[in-house]
Design a protein around this ligand. Sequence first.
Ligand code: ZN
Ligand code: ZN
Length: 249
Amino acid sequence: MAFAVTMDVLRHIARRAIDAVLPPQCISCSALVDTPGALCADCFNGFTFITAPMCRVCGVPLQAAGAAELICGACLKERPEFNCARAVFVYDTASKGVVLKFKHGDRTDAAAHLARWMLRAGEEVLSDCDVIVPVPLHRWRLLWRSYNQAALLANALGRLAQKPVIADGLRRMRATPSQGRLDRVARRRNVGRAFAAQQAAAFAGKKVLLIDDVLTTGATADACARALLAAGARRIDVLVLARVPGPAG
Ligand SMILES: [Zn+2]
Ligand SMILES: [Zn+2]
């Protein structure tokens, strides 16, 4: 583990040194761009940005047009603990590279740029939130990776939206096994009591906006929402960078 941390730090320093002397590169394909942390036009055009029609609860993109009050099948069957979730773009082959590079620390410089997208896509959930909280990493993962990508996004977004951020507002209670191959029910069980709110007084009666990089089934967001509600929060909304297009069933 010590080796991994050292490599991570070295890679970070090397990245900073390279950034200082080279012109800015696209956060996905490394083509030259004008603004540090930006996407090139080609990559941008490949992204599927999420716009209406979408489920008004979980924000999953839907096919049907016209009706304003659309709710997807999964939310009809079982409402999530959170009030409303929104995402900037669909997690697919075009966007995966950006999400993974950001997650693994190769392009943490993208945080400010990505947060600007979140500011636009999340207008509805940001406007009246009282406080912003990131989904936490488990301690050993944090140690290994040396930073939490959701906290980077939350801090950048808090600065842009001028909202307070409680970076350590949630804590993971135990390491959850990797979620990759689990279905929605199994994921919910897996993360059921995985989180606890710290500084409960800071959440009492508040409208909390939960931030993560990717939303898959919503089970993690749901478990975080449950912990925040148990701490006395009034309402939980969710804003993420990317979401799996569904169906979330
Ligand atoms: Zn590109
Ligand atoms: Zn839904």
